[in-house]
Write a protein that binds this ligand. Structure first.
Ligand code: NAD
Ligand code: IPM
Ligand code: MN
Length: 355
C-alpha cells in the first residue's frame, strides 16, 4: 500500500510522542512492504508562533489530501492567557470541524499487566472494556458564544446546540459498533436539566427502537455516569454521549487502565481521512524531559491503520507489540508506580523491537 500520512506534532510532549509513533509506523511499513510517506505540518501554539494562526491553510490542505492524520497534542502555558484572541486549542477544534470528524472513538481497555497501575482496586477495574463514542463537532464546544456588559456588569455565554441529524448519525455509528461487540449501548445525557439533552434522548430512543431493536439500550444521567464509571466500569460496553460530557468522562475513565498516557482515540467522519490522537494533552509539566509515555500515540497509530487504511493485521501487530513490552515489565514513569522506569525513546525502541 502507498499511503500519505500527515503528522501534526503540535506542542509540549507532542513532538516527542509523535516521533516514536512514526518510528513504529516505519517499522510496520518495512515489515509488511507498504510505503508510508510522512509529512509534518503545523498546528497549535507552535503554528501560532510561526504563522499567527493555530491552523494554517497549508495544514488543512495537507490533511484533506492525506490518507490519515496523526496528531500529538496542542496547548501549553505560553498560550494560556484567557484574554488572548488566538489559542492553540482553536486549531484542534477547527481541524475536527473542517474534516467533519463528528465521531470520536475512545476505547478504554485495561491491560492485564497494568491493573496495579490503576488507582482503583483490581476487583473493580480488571476486565473493563468500554468504547466511548464522543460527539465531536457539535454541542457547547461549537455553540454561539460571547461577552456582554450591562450596567457595568460583565457576563459570558456559550450555547449548547444539538440538531436531530447530529444526534442520529453518532447514535447510529455507536449502535453499529455495539452490534460487533456485546450488543449493549448506553447513552449519557443531562436530560433532567438541559434542553439539548432532552432532544438527544428522544432522538436516541427513536433511532434505537426503529433501527436497532436487537441492541440492548439504556440511558444514564452524566453525573451518575461519573460515579458508575469508577464503581462498576465492567457493566458498560459502548457508550455514546455529547462533546463536553465525552471529554470529561473519558479523562476520568483513563484512570481505569491507570494513565492518560495509555489511551488512544480515533476521530472519524462519514468519509475522508480520519484523525488519530492520544486523548491526553501536551503535558507541559513533563515536556522536554524525554519521559512521556508514547504508548497512547502508538496505539492511536494502530487505530489509524485499522480505521483509515484498512490494515487490520498490521494494527493488531502494533497492539500485540505494546502488550509484549508491558508483559516484559517495561514501564514509563506514569505507569511504573514508583518502580524503575524507562524514557520515551526507550519505550519506542522496545515497541519497534517487539514488532
Ligand atoms: P494533559 O493531558 O496534558 O496532562 C494531564 C496530566 O497527565 C499531567 O500530569 C501530564 O503530565 C500527564 N500526562 C499526559 N499525557 C501523558 C503521557 N503521554 N505520559 C505521561 N504523562 C502524561 O492535561 P492538562 O495539563 O490539563 O493540559 C495541558 C495542555 O494540553 C492544555 O493547554 C490543554 O488545552 C491541552 N490539551 C490538549 C489536548 C489535545 O491536543 N488533544 C488534549 C487535552 C489537553
Ligand atoms: C481533547 C482535548 C480537547 C477537547 C481540547 C484541547 C480542545 O481536551 O481532545 O480531549 O476538549 O476536545
Ligand atoms: Mn480532553
Amino acid at each position: 500500500m502507498d499511503a500519505k500520512i500527515v503528522l501534526l506534532p503540535g506542542d509540549g510532549i507532542g513532538p516527542e510522542i509523535i516521533k516514536q509513533a512514526e518510528r513504529v509506523l516505519a517499522a510496520v511499513a518495512k515489515r509488511f512492504n507498504h510505503r508510508f510517506a510522512f509529512e509534518s505540518h503545523l498546528i497549535g501554539g507552535t503554528a501560532i508562533d510561526q504563522t499567527g494562526d493555530p491552523l494554517p491553510a497549508a495544514t488543512v490542505e495537507a490533511c484533506r489530501a492525506a490518507g490519515a492524520v496523526l496528531l500529538g497534542a496542542v496547548g501549553g502555558p505560553k498560550w494560556d492567557d484567557p484574554s488572548a484572541a488566538v489559542r492553540p486549542e482553536q486549531g484542534l477544534l477547527r481541524i475536527r470541524k473542517e474534516l467533519q470528524l463528528f465521531a470520536n472513538l475512545r476505547p478504554i481497555q485495561t491491560f492485564a499487566e497494568l491493573v496495579d497501575a490503576s488507582p482503583l482496586k483490581r476487583e473493580i477495574v480488571e476486565g473493563t472494556d468500554i468504547l466511548f463514542f464522543r460527539e465531536l463537532t457539535g454541542g457547547v464546544y461549537f455553540g454561539d458564544s460571547g461577552r456582554t456588559t450591562v450596567d457595568g456588569v460583565e457576563s459570558a455565554h456559550q450555547s449548547m446546540v444539538y440538531s436531530v441529524p447530529e444526534v442520529e448519525r453518532i447514535v447510529r455509528m455507536a449502535a453499529q459498533a455495539a452490534r460487533s461487540r456485546s450488543n449493549r449501548l448506553t447513552s449519557v445525557d443531562k436530560a433532567n436539566v438541559l434542553e439539548p439533552s432532552r432532544l438527544w434522548r428522544q432522538v436516541a430512543q427513536r433511532v434505537m427502537s426503529e433501527e436497532f431493536p436487537d441492541v440492548q439500550y439504556d440511558v444514564v444521567l452524566v453525573d451518575a455516569m461519573a460515579m458508575h464509571l469508577i464503581s462498576r466500569p465492567r457493566d458498560f460496553d459502548v457508550v455514546v454521549t455529547g462533546n463536553l460530557f465525552g471529554d470529561i468522562l473519558t479523562d476520568e475513565a483513563s484512570m481505569l487502565p491507570g494513565s492518560l498516557g495509555m489511551l488512544p482515540s480515533a476521530s472519524m467522519g462519514s468519509d475522508g481521512p480520519g484523525l488519530f490522537e492520544p486523548i491526553h494533552g501536551s503535558a507541559p509539566d513533563i515536556a522536554g524531559r524525554g519521559i512521556a509515555n508514547p504508548l497512547a500515540t502508538i496505539l492511536a497509530a494502530a487505530m489509524m491503520l485499522r480505521h483509515s487504511l484498512g490494515l487490520e493485521d498490521e494494527a493488531g501487530k502494533i497492539e500485540a507489540a505494546v502488550r509484549k513490552v508491558l508483559a516484559d515489565g517495561l514501564r514509563t514513569a506514569d505507569i511504573a508506580g514508583g518502580q524503575d522506569s524507562i524514557g520515551t525513546e526507550a519505550m519506542g525502541n522496545a515497541v519497534v523491537a517487539a514488532l
